[in-house]
Design a protein around this ligand. Structure first.
Ligand SMILES: NC(=O)c1ccc[n+]([C@@H]2O[C@H](COP(=O)([O-])OP(=O)(O)OC[C@H]3O[C@@H](n4cnc5c(N)ncnc54)[C@H](OP(=O)(O)O)[C@@H]3O)[C@@H](O)[C@H]2O)c1
Length: 314
């Protein structure tokens, strides 16, 4: 089996090699797993498991059969000019990762729905600033992007009793979620929501999807949650609208430039919570099963599951 499976090379500055190696070898004891810094025989490498590998990384891997993106967002990978043509790309699709994301989204939605930013600011002033709570179904939450992560987040949001809208490219069906699709419905969805949650991939079609005009379509005082990618939003316009109060508050995990520069206005806006891109991460123990299954499929000459459509961008 070792010979049939060949070698997997690992490259990531964000993930722990030893943990991933152990998790993969627990599934496939015969798989050779090597770190990119220690490849001795590049011609034996069949699988590359990567997160933002250095330029030219793929050049020596002439026997490559599968690229595994160590995360859900493939924008950085598919935008590269040095990708070997025709090699299938898969991404992490792991229920635990979706659960972690749904947890963050739920936290952010509840934070806004329960006016927590208002109380945080009042506390700093030493003020007992009572604001009467609304029933969950009086708050409308729109989740833009209903993929592996977005669908679970929308499901969890509606389970809390919020009126939940979902928006995607093709029409999806999620119990309890009113689903919309296509650009022609976007302004309507934005205009209905008290809380807008961005869960779309970064592609040429979603670049600055929420430009100034679309941000203006949001309800006066609505909240924005971005856990997807900074490039989806015109960040300068968002800052202006957060200052004016048109956007009432935001929970932001992603930015056009990361790390967010020290002098960025977002750090000091009182109605913004900044977290450093960690809403969800790939979890070795649970993701390894799906990765191993794909390695076996490829070794058997089959197509891997969850293949990324590089043309489409996700
Ligand atoms: N902050 C973090 O820690 C973190 C962690 C992981 C992932 N992410 C981000 O989260 C994103 C979403 O993840 P996922 O796994 O849910 O993605 P996914 O499974 O690829 O699903 C993408 C969703 O977006 C929709 N979509 C794509 N392009 C669209 C367009 N032009 N107009 C309308 N809808 C469009 C898709 O529509 P269809 O259903 O019609 O295909 C699908 O519902 C990732 O791409 C990544 O950037 C962030």
């Amino acid at each position: 089996m070792a010979e049939r499976l060949g070698t997997l090379v690992f490259s990531s500055d964000f993930d722990d090699f030893a943990t991933w190696k152990n998790a993969l070898q627990a599934q496939l004891p015969d798989l050779q797993v090597v770190h990119a810094s220690a490849i001795e025989r590049p011609e034996d490498v069949r699988y590359a498991m990567v997160w933002k590998p250095p330029a030219g990384f793929f050049e020596r891997l002439l026997g490559l059969q599968l690229i595994i993106n160590l995360g859900a967002g493939v924008d950085a990978l598919v935008a590269r000019s040095d990708l070997p043509p025709g090699i299938p790309i898969t991404r992490i699709t792991d229920p635990q990762m979706s659960r972690m994301m749904a947890g963050y989204v739920l936290f952010a939605v509840l934070r806004h729905a329960r006016d927590i930013p208002h109380f945080e600011q009042a506390q700093r002033r030493g003020e007992w600033a009572y604001r009467h709570p609304r029933a969950p179904d009086e708050t409308t939450v729109a989740v833009l992007g209903l993929g592996q992560l977005g669908a679970m987040a929308a499901h969890e949001v509606q389970r809390q009793g919020f009126r939940t809208l979902g928006w995607s490219r093709t029409l999806r069906q999620i119990d309890g979620v009113q689903c919309f699709s296509g650009m022609e419905t976007l302004d309507d969805v934005l205009g209905q929501a008290d809380i807008v949650v961005l869960m779309l991939p970064a592609t040429p079609h979603t670049h600055q999807l929420l430009d100034r005009n679309r941000l203006m379509r949001m309800r006066q005082g609505a909240a924005l949650v971005n856990v997807a990618r900074g490039s989806l939003v015109d960040q300068a316009a968002m800052v202006d609208l957060l200052r004016s109060g048109h956007i009432g508050a935001a929970t932001l995990d992603v930015f056009t430039q990361e790390p967010l520069p020290r002098d960025d206005a977002l750090w000091s806006l009182p109605n913004v919570l900044v977290t450093p891109h960690l809403a969800s991460v790939a979890i070795p123990a649970s993701s390894a099963q799906q990765i191993a299954a794909n390695i076996v499929r490829v070794a058997q000459g089959l197509d891997p599951d969850n293949r990324v459509d590089a043309e489409r961008g996700y």
